[in-house]
Design a protein around this ligand. Structure first.
Ligand SMILES: NC(=O)c1ccc[n+]([C@@H]2O[C@H](COP(=O)([O-])OP(=O)(O)OC[C@H]3O[C@@H](n4cnc5c(N)ncnc54)[C@H](OP(=O)(O)O)[C@@H]3O)[C@@H](O)[C@H]2O)c1
Length: 326
């Protein structure tokens, strides 16, 4: 890891930086904006996708020339669950490649001091040793259902590395594990496992249903990180990390889907039976990140899953009905 060129860049906060958050309305981008505000920073530079389509390199370059950001958090992406990825693989690879290429190239051409690119743990091989270290990238075949998305994310890491190598750009990459928290997607067919289970158990608890059906066997294990912890990790890496290698961001702890379902059942007040439909696919049996690199740098997560879920469920339960599927 070569970090020596960049040791004098320091924290964006100390430098009176002009910060651009790409994807500021998304779950991750909005958490980064909250974390920046908590540090007393002004509103960052930000545009919605209808104001600025990041797939358009000319428009992105024009914006960068006008706004002259010094620090960029690249949290804009086309993101979705298994079904969305399966239905629109061309959009997932095209949109993500275009967004990354446009933003990273324009950041280089306008002399951005530092850029943080956000990828995802789906970059790692489908079958690989656990917990997964950063070095396991490209050591095996990807999970086929989201390979187009994962390949675009791997290309993003390489774009950062290549600009560092050729132009000396201080562009870094973070790979978060599964996230949950405010701003999550509760859509009935497009949501990830935590919002999907919250929807089901909350509804069953309200109606007094005797049982809830869950997909699969409940045995796969997953790691979950609160998005506010991820946002803190992003600010931390922007402050202290100047290496070319991407950095895993997680808790270093995983749990079975069965344990997760039981926890959500308890927190939503559901006391009926949980039935597992083993005819449905389980997906990868285990996916846990090795977080030694970020731990060695001095960052650790703060929000434990039960406390994080309790806050998310309280927020969900307080929503009006029509806001529960967004
Ligand atoms: N969610 C997770 O569990 C998870 C886990 C690991 C990694 N990540 C990574 O974190 C990053 C952000 O994910 P997220 O969950 O925050 O996604 P999200 O909630 O879907 O937000 C994505 C944001 O990207 C913006 N965007 C998408 N296409 C755009 C375009 N063509 N032009 C401009 N903006 C565009 C959207 O802007 P508008 O709202 O203005 O349309 C949206 O705010 C992604 O790189 C993802 O891989 C997420």
């Amino acid at each position: 890891m070569s970090t020596e060129h960049f040791d004098d860049k320091g924290s964006p906060i100390d430098n009176g930086a002009r910060i651009y958050v790409a994807g500021h309305r998304g779950m991750v981008g909005s958490a980064i904006v909250r974390a920046l505000k908590q540090r007393g920073l002004d509103d960052p530079i930000a545009f919605t996708s209808s104001e600025l389509d990041l797939r358009d390199p000319t428009a992105v370059q024009r914006m960068m020339d006008r706004e002259r950001p010094t620090h960029v958090y690249l949290a804009a992406a086309k993101v979705g669950g298994i079904k969305a990825n399966a239905d629109a693989p061309a959009d997932f690879i095209f949109d993500n490649l275009m967004i990354e290429t446009s933003v990273i190239r324009a950041a280089h051409l306008t002399g951005v001091s530092k850029l943080l690119f956000l990828g995802s743990s789906c970059i790692y091989p489908k079958v690989t040793a656990q917990p997964i270290t950063e070095g396991q990238l490209m050591t095996g075949a990807l999970e086929p259902t989201n390979a187009p998305y994962a390949l675009a994310k791997i290309a993003g890491i390489e774009l950062c590395k290549a600009h560092r190598k050729q132009h000396g750009s201080n562009f870094i990459s973070a790979m978060p594990t599964n996230l949950y928290g405010p701003g999550d997607n509760y859509h009935p067919t497009g949501s990830h496992v935590i919002p999907a289970l919250i929807r089901k158990f909350h509804k069953a608890a309200l109606s007094g249903a005797p049982a809830v059906d869950c997909w699969g066997s409940g045995t796969p294990r997953r790691e979950f990180l609160h998005v506010d912890d991820l946002a803190e990790a992003c600010l931390f890496l922007m402050d202290v990390y100047n290496g070319e290698e991407h950095v895993n961001v997680g808790t270093g702890v995983d749990m079975s889907i069965l344990e997760l379902a039981e926890m959500i059942a308890k927190l939503t007040g559901f006391s009926g039976e949980i039935c597992w439909d083993s005819s449905q696919p389980d997906g990868t049996m285990r996916k846990q990140l090795d977080c030694s690199r970020i731990h060695a740098l001095g960052w650790h997560h703060q929000v434990e899953v039960e406390a994080g879920l309790r806050a998310v469920i309280d927020d969900y339960a307080a929503r009006p009905d029509e806001a529960r599927s967004k």
